[in-house]
Every structure is written in C-alpha cells, then in structure tokens.
Design a binder for this molecule. Sequence first.
Ligand SMILES: [Fe+2]
Length: 210
Amino acid sequence: MLGKNFVDKCLNSKVLTDPWPHTVTENHLDQKEFNSLLNDCNRLLEIKLKDMPIYKGVTENHIIPQHFKDFNINWYDQILDISKNIYENRKKLCDVFLEHRWFDDLIVTAYVGVTPPVPYSHILHQETISKIWSSVTYITPEKNCGTKMYTEGKKESLVKEAQWKPNSTMIFAGIEGKTWHSYNSTEESNRITLNFFIKNKEGLKEYFYP
Ligand SMILES: [Fe+2]
C-alpha cells in the first residue's frame, strides 16, 4: 500500500502555479514507514560526507537502495515499492502538470540524499533535460531550507520556497527555461532527503527500476 498511497497522494495534490507548476504534499509517506526511515536517517545527520564509502569527491552524496545496508537504512522494500508504483503510473504522474517532457524509454532513479551542513548551497538550475519528473521528500532535521523557486537563472528572481517540513514532498516536471530552483543548508547537521526521478533511459548505466 505504501507505493500506491504515495502515487495516489501525488495525483490528488493541488497544483500550485506560482512561479511555475509544482505540488507540495504534506504527510506524504504513511506515518509508520516514515518514522522507520526517519530513525535510520537520523544516524546520517552527523556523518562526514568524505567518510562515506560512496564518496566520489562531489559535494553531495546519494545513497542508492543497493547501498542502503551499508548505512543501516532498512527501507529497501519500501523504496522499491514506491519506485515500482511511480514507474507504472509515469504518464499519470507527469500529466498532473499541463506541460512536461516525455521520452519513449523511461526509468526511475531513487536515493536518499545527504547534503552537507551550512553554508552549503546547491547551484541554481532548471533541471537536467533527462529528468522529466522530480520528487523530493524532506526527512531530517526538523528545520532546514526546502526548495527555492525562481523565475530566472539568477538569485534576484527568487519568488518563494517550498517549506522544509519532515514528510512533506515537493514535485514538479522540469521545463527548460522555466523551472529554476535551488536549495541550501541552514543547519549545522547534514540535510537528508528522499528523492525520486522519472528519467530518460538513454545513456544511463545505472538506474533503479525497472
Ligand atoms: Fe534539481
């Protein structure tokens, strides 16, 4: 039911249009499953990114489901169930947004994102062309920066922020020249999120589902 509920709530969320179409779904994951993920993710709050075995010299770490065990994240079946339901409902999920990209061969990628502490700031971007549907669920800590939305590729064009709240999800369909966004860290701990993307399969070596 976890994956079905996840998708159902995406499909029933109101589309907000300012500054561009997106949804914000509160209490998105079933509470019991969210609490279990939260418990596991709280252990990642103080971890140094370069001490993580998957560290590749980049500024953010993505813990893919295949590596969950290495980090004591007991959520493989859950992330698989959600990814499967996202894949099976890919057209419906994209159609929530009037305008969206599409490719014939699509896949779902999924990971737990670990963003370093303040003053880390992710570059303002539109969304890579290969990503057609992007979902971020805020996990822990209690307070942080959610997703900042802009009308242009410059900081002065900031319109608003999807508020960070544990178990809230922000979703949008990336559109070139439109879906400008960024995020940063406001706390002394890492910033932990659950991320799903529907992406073009072409050229990808690794993906999660199917
Ligand atoms: Fe992005």
